[in-house]
Design a protein around this ligand. Sequence first.
Ligand code: KG4
Ligand code: ZN
Length: 333
Amino acid sequence: MAIILGIESSCDDTSASIFIDGKISSNVIANQLVHQHYGGVVPELASRVHQQNIVPAVHEAISIAKIHKNDIDAIAFTRGPGLLGSLLVGTSFAKGFALANSLPLIEVNHMQAHILAHFIDEDKPEFPFLCLTVSGGHTQIVLVRNYFDMEVIGQTLDDAAGEAFDKTAKILGLPYPGGPLIDRYAQSGNPGAFKFPEPQIPGLDFSFSGLKTSILYFVRDRLKEDPEFLNQNLADICASVQGRIISILLNKLTKAARQHQIRHIAIAGGVSANSGLRKALEAMADENNWKVFIPKFEYCTDNAAMIAMAGYFKYLNKEFTGQNVAPLSRMPF
Ligand code: KG4
Ligand code: ZN
């Protein structure tokens, strides 16, 4: 039996999780509300709040899992990619904890961990599968051949899908993070109400910056004609923007599935919490005879359970990291 402590601090969520041989026993996530005042994550503030939250989060994770800290066999932490100051807090904590308790240290790639979250619960994808990883910082189609044999076959050339949601929300005067709010308003709106353009990008890559600009001009022009336009059409605008983001994502995913002749399709990352994306993917599964894998909500956005899960696979392979490890803001697979 192996007990792994997972630590996640790559952006604005401080998280700690305990994995006990095959099962997540706790997954504590401390969100940072302070960023709402600024309309986006302020890196300097994020690192300070991680510093305040990390020890209480670890204590709580250990207590919920009903273990003692001496029972832990290894500590897995997010080495990157992410905000350097945020990653430093989790990395330094993990190194100190490992040193103090004579434990092996395991570095985890945050984007791989989002994908490996699919192995936490029972219904697991079979290799090779495709994963659409959509978060605030990344939009990737990943060909997953094995636990750590992954290839990015398509990615965004500019903004990430989560950024497209968050920047749209900002234009609409909604607070950060806007993705969940757009999702909520979209549920009572008509996705066909307004037409936003689909970028013509060759291959499997994405682009979202043109969409953002077209929304900005659309809102500016309509507000000139009618100052009440936003208030009266918020649900329809959200549904139309969300519909376009989803169609951009799923058109490329379909193309990738055809090119690679793969039927096991997964989604991961914060945007995979989007209810419209989840529904649309399920509908496409029926049409294309795909088996789709959609994570539980708590494993979509940043969490340490996925770090502990990825750490466990490395623990089995005895892939440990030295005490001289430093975080990486960019960390390719
Ligand atoms: O994976 P994540 O928690 O953090 C990063 O690694 O970036 O993703 C955060 C992103 C944010 O852009 C947030 O707006 C978006 O995920 N998000 C959503 C939803 N929930 C979170 N976007 C659309 N609909 C949602 N329900
Ligand atoms: Zn993430």
